[in-house]
Ligand binder design. Structure first.
Ligand SMILES: [Zn+2]
Ligand SMILES: [Zn+2]
Length: 282
């Protein structure tokens, strides 16, 4: 299991990305559902301070302190700088858990600030937040995970294998290659459609789609399915997962999603997180 998502608009949203042992958001029930996997979580990245995205933090911090499991492991929580509700809630959690047996690291992130998730040799995986538009009262972020990879510089790309190897021998690998970033995962958080640039050429776009019917759209805080699919098309995303779907569509999600796919004429795989089921992706 690479990805596990639970998301019911207004109630609770969290997702666990196992390659980097991280949670994005921590709505109510996250640690209850994760059980022993709670101990595997190394980092939590919060998109914004609404209760349906942070209410499970207390449970997570507490479970890791009391349940059977490795209590030495540090837990890191990152949240948008200026996010008042998250700050207040984390302060409360720290206050009532003064006897934490492990190190709890809290850090406010600024837009574009990078956190290294994984490093093996020259390869690196990092996460960077970007600004989104949700509510005025609460700072909100989406997150991009990038893999930093290396490829041949353009002048070496059309050469034969043997010639390339000779150049590498002569000049060293660093001289013939150039580093580039590949977006492997993009998460919107609660928001209006994110920018094409932030989603551009991502392998997996996980975007909120509170409204599956354009006519139900109220206010300017959430996205509708058609907006998300149009964005995915423009951004050349390779796969889309719709989440944060309102429970009002529970009985006809499949029909509404198929309808939107046809209308927008999108050809990439589109999946969705049913509001009352746990979604998994291998
Ligand atoms: Zn929400
Ligand atoms: Zn929200």
């Amino acid at each position: 299991m690479k990805l596990m998502i639970s998301s019911k608009a207004l109630y609770s949203t969290w997702m666990y990305y196992s390659p980097d042992r991280m949670l994005i958001d921590c709505g109510e029930g996250a640690s209850t559902y994760l059980g022993n996997k709670s101990f595997a979580v190394k980092r939590v990245f919060i998109t914004h301070g609404h209760a349906d995205h942070i209410a499970g933090l207390w449970g997570l911090v507490n479970t890791r302190n009391n349940a059977m499991g490795d209590k030495e492991k540090e837990l890191e929580i990152y949240y948008p700088k200026g996010g008042r509700s998250v700050e207040e809630f984390i302060n409360f959690i720290i206050k009532v858990n003064s006897n934490l047996k492990y190190n709890l690291k809290i850090k406010a992130l600024a837009v574009g600030e990078e956190v290294i998730l994984h490093r093996t040799g020259a390869a690196q995986r990092v996460i960077r937040p970007f600004k989104t538009h949700h509510t005025i009262s609460e700072e909100s972020f989406g997150y991009n995970i990038y893999e930093k990879r290396k490829r041949l510089k353009p002048e070496y790309r059309n050469l034969e294998q043997g010639e390339i190897l000779n150049f590498i021998k002569k000049l060293g690998r660093d001289a013939v290659t150039v580093e580039y970033e590949h977006k492997i995962l993009t998460v919107s958080g609660d928001a209006l459609p994110i920018s094409v640039e932030d989603a551009f050429e991502t392998d997996l776009l996980i975007h909120e789609s509170t409204f599956l019917n354009e006519n139900d759209r109220r206010g300017n805080n959430h996205s509708s399915i058609k907006e998300v699919l149009k964005l995915a098309k423009l951004a050349h995303a390779k796969t889309v997962i719709l989440y944060h779907i309102s429970t009002r569509y529970e009985r006809n999600i499949r029909r509404l999603v198929s309808k939107a796919i046809k209308e927008v004429e999108i050809e990439i795989p589109v999946m969705y997180v049913h509001p009352s089921k746990i979604f998994t992706l291998n």
